[in-house]
Design a protein around this ligand. Sequence first.
Ligand code: MTE
Ligand code: HPA
Ligand code: MOS
Length: 751
Amino acid sequence: MKNIDANGHVRGESLFIDDILTKKHTLHAAVFSSPVAHAKDLTIDTSKAAQFPGVERIFTAKDIPGQNEIGGILLDEPLLAEDELHFQGQPIAVVVAESDFIARQARALIEITYTELPVITTAKQAKEQGKFINPARSFSMGDANKAFSDCEHVFEDETFSNGQEHLYLETQGAYAEKMENGCIKLMSSTQGPTVVQRIAARVLGLSMHKIEVDVTRLGGGFGGKEDQATPWAVMAALATHHLNVPVKLILDRHDDLKMTGKRHPYESHFKIGLDKDYKIKALEVEFLQNSGAAADLSPAIAERTLFHATNSYFIPNVKTIVHSCKTNLPPNTAFRGFGGPQGKFVIESAIAKAANKLNIPAWKIQQANLLQENDEFYYGQMASQVEAKNTWNQLNKNININEVEEDINLFNDNNNQLKKGMALMPICFGISFTNTPMNHARALVHIYQDGSVGISTGAVEMGQSVNTKMLQVAQQTFSIDAELIKLETTNTTRVANTSPTAASATADLNGKALLKACHALLDRLKHVAADELSVGVDTIELKDGWAHVNNKQTELAWKDLVFKAFWKRVCLTENGHYATPKIKFDKTKEKGHPFAYHVYGTALIQTTVDCLRGTYEVDSIDIVHDFGKSMNIGVDMGQVEGALAQGIGWMTMEEIAYNDDGRLLSNTLSTYKIPDIFSIAKEINVDPLETEGNDMAIFKSKAVGEPPLMYGIGVYFALANAIKAYNPNYQLKFHSPMTPEKVMMGLHEEH
Ligand code: MTE
Ligand code: HPA
Ligand code: MOS
């Protein structure tokens, strides 16, 4: 089944927030934000701005009827600043006017005074000054300290991985409407409708049942709208609450870049120990996460970094610690991989460092340490249905690693200006929200009396095609024409208490809830059919739109059956609920079984560096990926390619830059480079691994949204290897992204 939004997208008919036809009297809001990264004694004078023609009203913290608090995990972030400022771009006031244009003009007239305070922009500075979001977390297994003393080889170094801008095509936005009895309806471009509902209720001092949040689809989220779609919806709600007319608030790209958080930059220190056979015996990592000015999702992201610090390797002695460092940057947030990629960059750096010192290819160390069945992850979960070696071996069959290496060496021996480099990148990613209580979902199914079907779930469509997968679940279960089924918007009054669409687990969680609901309805319909046809219910099957008895089609069509059921007063609505079984995690011991399953894969990356210009190309990426039994291979391939592009961007060109005052320098698309068709690999081969699939995945089709992003990490190391081929003096550095500037300096550094 192709993506059910495909036609609408191509024709420009699909609706996003900005496409909603605004009602008469709708007002438009613009956000006034902090020009400084750290200050106290804030005073705000809105009088001039308020007199600007066309301005209706300007809201500040004083206008908040409930709590001025939008924090999710920790209560540490105001919706609108009161007397302290913690980052450039922190919202201070909301200007509401007849038009967007007027609102933006008027906000320039707002006057503020403040006393500036010292600014911290890096995690290291924050750590030195003892500025943290929360206490550090530490996981361990075995005794790393002791193991190092027994190791033949021990290496240590520092790494840095930069942040990343989500750059969803649709910027943050919401449309708020006042309903009867003080209720508010919010249309939001959010991954977390319930998050928006809960925080709007808190800020307005209302109960959650007075707030309805509706989401049609997102023009991309990538994690950037898991928590950070909330403030804009709540500001629109605040305005509509006071003004009683609809209010629309959409950030322009510049405001969005400036005001929202990004992927967390990490500064880390590793120590790795190997025995004489290149078995990794010990690993120690200290992660410094640059969390920004408030917690947002940082603690959960830090936790996932720890979970993925050993990637797909078995290491018997591990000790890791992560500090969420408080800096004066916009609060950093979820981004595809949710801290996992940052963890993997460090272990891959450690392996590259060891390989370089031992003068062997890194892939020999990678290969020697791949996870096997019943190995223990250092957080206590036993590895099962492990595909680390299977994907590696399949890849080696598809494209002989030794031969690729020989070809590259030969090429490098014969070329001076162009040098090639290769790297392997295995991945292993845990599926489930690491916060166990979040792993449940609901679905609501109506069969209408004419046989058509309406489905609501907690899943948010953001381009990943989850709605298509949901439709497939219902279609395959009912065995009816897809045309009869409609995916409703994601709405908190139809499906309540949802977890955000995140952690790649949305199709699993919501799909399983939907499957339960569909099965319950199917069962009821089968009883009606058995009754109508005077046969035993066990002989009935509903197939291709017809009732079948003992595998023979009858005269009873789906539509007639449904109408008969309705007429017999059978309930044609069902609510399904699914909670992932087996998972648990004990935070006092930092041990447990947090993931339903893991997704595996291996990639081989080949790159060419132009040693005159410092430019480079990714020649090819060959992947063997563990999709389980994919329920929609076209959609899943699209997710692999999209994630890969994002991973390559993060590792090679997307360079977030703040100056020492905390001002975002990479604040336009001329200074922030994202990958285009030329930066992605010239050739991508994705081979699905043949497996049985996993029962914890919907239809045994494994989650796919985030894991393939991490194949991109291999591009960094492939480029480093190409530089080394040109310049034997090059000292490996673990400082991403590998921009052309860094390549150029590496090519010509002397040591
Ligand atoms: N694909 C598209 N096209 N747009 C997106 O915003 N978000 C990614 C991934 N793929 C995203 C995407 C992220 S961060 C996650 S967690 C998953 O989709 C979420 O959806 P899923 O749980 O249905 O995989
Ligand atoms: N992944 C993504 N989003 C989340 C998670 C997670 O593990 N936990 C909370 N939000
Ligand atoms: Mo994805 S970072 O879990 O929204």
